[in-house]
Design a protein around this ligand. Structure first.
Ligand code: PFF
Length: 458
């Protein structure tokens, strides 16, 4: 049963940081952050994002890693152990259940978009973007996503890569992958940012990203920023809790959390500095929504002399970022199955990957044969939502904020100050610890509740 599985531990601090930063840096940074920033007016959004992430997502991230290390198991079993040891109600296991289910569901549809990234990498390599105009780029995107067989094929590849990594366990699988892939990601990103800085649109991009136009700020801007921060630093889906379970007692969790959040934010901003100069160099629309990198970017790439290399580098970057996040979504589910179903890692990784693949079919079909299928239309907010939309909305607007809120309440109120100070290797009177405890008790719950209130009003 649960307590009998002894998991491997990180072989170094570097390995843990690469894995955790790999989890945080993903489609959320390179695909979502630029278009959300574009839609929300640029610099002012970024400033609000920085503040809300530091005050809300970061303290929860620290708490989540801490709970994992306290529990030493996958989220469900970790929460059971920690709640029991603290003499608290079994109810808190709901944090583990919600995050594990959430991770599974997000993996299922994240993998569909991950598959697009792989497909687009091959488009780029084969020179498909060369000479493409707006209509051709849109047509390419639409033709590809409308082909159910194609979308499923690339979704299958993507899940296959993840299973192929996680199946080898922590040292031979996850660590090996992230210690190679993350440095590659940084090199690609910095190289591309340097290139983008030589394009004519660079100045405009810098103004766009760093000019604070508060005229465009509404209450919704804050909520979008909080939600994006949660998704981007990977809180509330059990990934960080699971990685925390593999962390040695001596590791400084607060410092690691700060490093992870800073690296994640820097990558998001760098991704903006790569994408917007290209977008502006050809007078394209910054606020063009989710299609920004799949539709707008190829147009630019097709016009550049260096389009093939740059396009290949960009979509490789996107693939790497997506894979290192997806493995962190698969790991909580796989380690839970090892502990609670008593199966070997090989069986558990293959079975859980296959299950996520199967559930992901619904999302893959949402762009083609099931694009008019709105399965939950009986519920108001899901009226016109495809399976993909509904799963995304449920996980990012419902499951993640709820689990985040519960983590904050558990760590801030159910656990004593002494217990959390000990778990974080902190002096209970240290200024930083008191600040963290203030944020986790008051600020984080308030921030999350405000998301719900605003979503209810929206
Ligand atoms: N942080 C990832 C991204 O920005 O794409 C997504 C993610 C991964 C969220 C793992 C949550 C998680 F547990």
């Amino acid at each position: 049963m649960a307590a009998q599985v002894r998991h491997e531990h990180w072989s170094s601090r570097f390995a843990f940081l690469m894995a955790a930063i790999g989890s945080a840096v993903g489609l959320g940074n390179i695909w979502r952050f630029p278009f959300i920033t574009g839609e929300n007016g640029g610099g002012a959004f970024i400033l609000i994002y920085l503040v809300t992430t530091a005050l809300i997502a970061l303290p929860i991230l620290i708490a989540e890693v801490m709970l994992g290390r306290m529990g030493q198991q996958s989220p469900i079993n970790a929460m059971r152990a920690v709640a029991q040891k603290a003499g608290r109600s079994k109810f808190w296991v709901v944090i583990g259940i919600g995050s594990t289910l959430g991770a599974f569901v997000v993996l299922s549809y994240y993998s569909v978009i991950g598959g697009w990234a792989i497909r687009y990498f091959f488009y780029a390599v084969s020179g498909t973007f060369t000479g493409m105009d707006n209509d051709a780029s849109l047509a390419l995107f639409q033709t590809f996503t409308a082909d159910a067989g194609q979308v499923v094929l690339w979704h299958t590849f993507f899940i296959g890569i993840n299973v192929g990594i996680v199946i080898w366990g922590l040292h031979a699988g996850i660590e090996k992958a992230v210690t190679v892939l993350m440095p590659l990601l940084f090199i690609l990103l910095v190289g591309m940012a340097i290139y983008s800085s030589t394009t004519p649109g660079f100045e405009k991009a810098v103004t766009f990203l760093f000019h604070f136009d508060f005229g465009k700020v509404t209450p919704l801007t804050f909520l979008t920023a909080i939600g994006q921060g949660f998704f981007s630093v990977s809180v509330a889906l059990g990934a960080m809790m699971t990685y925390g379970a593999y962390l040695d007692k001596s590791e400084n969790i607060a410092r690691s959390g700060i490093i992870i959040a800073i690296a994640d934010t820097m990558v998001a901003i760098l991704a903006g500095l790569v994408i917007f100069p290209l977008v502006f160099s050809y007078g394209l629309e910054a606020g063009s929504g989710p299609g920004l990198i799949f539709v707008t970017l190829p147009i630019t790439l097709g016009k550049l002399g260096t389009g093939i290399e740059l396009g290949a580098a960009f979509f490789l970057l996107l693939m790497v970022a997506a894979v290192t996040s997806a493995i962190s979504l698969l790991e909580p589910v796989v380690s839970w199955a090892e502990e609670s179903l008593g199966v070997k890692r090989k069986v558990s990784a293959a079975a859980m990957g296959a299950a996520a693949w199967f559930v992901g079919l619904g999302s893959a079909f949402s762009f083609n044969i099931w694009s008019d299928f709105h399965p939950f239309s009986g519920i108001d907010i899901f009226a016109d939502k495809t399976i993909f939309d509904a799963l995304d909305l449920t996980s990012t607007s419902l499951v993640m904020p709820t689990v985040g809120l519960l983590i904050a309440l558990f760590a801030g109120w159910a656990l004593s100050a002494e217990a959390t100070a000990e778990a974080l290797n902190a002096d209970p009177d240290a200024a930083w610890f008191r600040w963290w405890r203030f944020l986790i008790r008051y600020m984080a719950p308030l921030g999350v509740v405000s998301i719900f209130v605003a979503n209810g009003l929206a």
